[in-house]
Design a protein around this ligand. Structure first.
Ligand SMILES: N[C@@H](CCC(=O)N[C@@H](CS)C(=O)NCC(=O)O)C(=O)O
Length: 241
């Protein structure tokens, strides 16, 4: 989501009930907005790792992220931002890697072995630079600037889902044989497109559909942590005339 997000009712009260804390775990301050896909990736990764987040809802419309204390922590003023006892980190995919390395019980979500990690990184960069980028190029002008859907931008997004379909040929997960943080961030991107009306077609993208179905049940807390923000995103769609 770009700058100047026109927000969205943030529905604060509803979010105070999640995510459920993990008993005995450490707590990290987490600045977020549920409708933001990068924020939802972090919620899911934290649950998968077993880290409790001390949730701090940021009201972008009110400029919470432009206040001095926020800018001191993150001069780029984006959500999500993690504050681990004074260590501030933003960029969701960097946060996902950090959570696994710092707090994971093992490295399965972000393997240490060079080639396995390189493959996860490739998929993370594919998401930030291609899949999520093209998703945003297509949908965000409609949600935040009142623009019309652009067929050329849709073609570019469809091409990126076709790439994903090819990556998944004969593979259970997006970066090898086990679930990783790349599955989390890519599932969040795809679910965000789906809620906004993109058809994840079994005919066009059979491998993606097979993987997406598995990911939705294998990612811990998927429905609980992803669905409320998806619904908020959908509510930003202009009413059909
Ligand atoms: N690549 C970043 C994107 C962060 C981003 O653009 N966040 C948006 C909300 S989805 C935001 O903070 N917008 C307000 C601003 O940039 O001031 C990530 O994955 O964390």
């Amino acid at each position: 989501m770009g700058h100047g997000v026109a927000t969205a009712h943030l529905g604060c009260a509803r979010y105070l009930i999640f995510p459920s804390p993990v008993a005995g775990a450490m707590s990290l301050d987490f600045y977020y907005v549920p409708l933001s896909p990068p924020c939802r990736s972090v919620l899911l990764a934290a649950r998968a790792v077993g880290v409790k987040l001390n949730l701090k809802l940021v009201d972008l419309a009110a400029g919470d992220n432009l206040k001095p204390h926020y800018l001191k922590m993150n001069p780029q003023h984006t959500v999500p931002t993690l504050d681990d006892k004074g260590f501030a980190l933003w960029e969701s995919r960097a946060i996902l890697g950090y959570l696994v390395q710092q707090y994971g019980k093992d490295d399965s979500l972000y393997p240490k072995e060079a080639k396995k990690r390189a493959l996860v990184d490739q998929r993370l960069y594919f998401d930030i630079g291609t899949l999520y980028q093209r998703f945003g190029d297509y949908y965000y002008p409609v949600l935040f600037s009142g623009a019309a859907l652009d067929a050329e931008k849709l073609k570019k997004f469809e091409e990126s889902v076709e790439f994903l379909n090819k990556f998944l040929e004969g593979e259970k997960w997006v970066a090898g044989s086990s679930l990783t943080i790349a599955d989390i961030t890519i599932a969040v991107t795809l679910s965000s497109a789906e809620i906004l009306g993109f058809e994840v077609s079994a005919k066009k993208y059979p491998n993606v559909v097979r993987w997406f179905t598995s990911a939705k049940s294998a990612i811990p807390g998927y429905q609980e942590l992803n669905t409320p923000g998806l619904n908020d995103l959908k509510a930003l769609l202009p009413a059909k005339k």
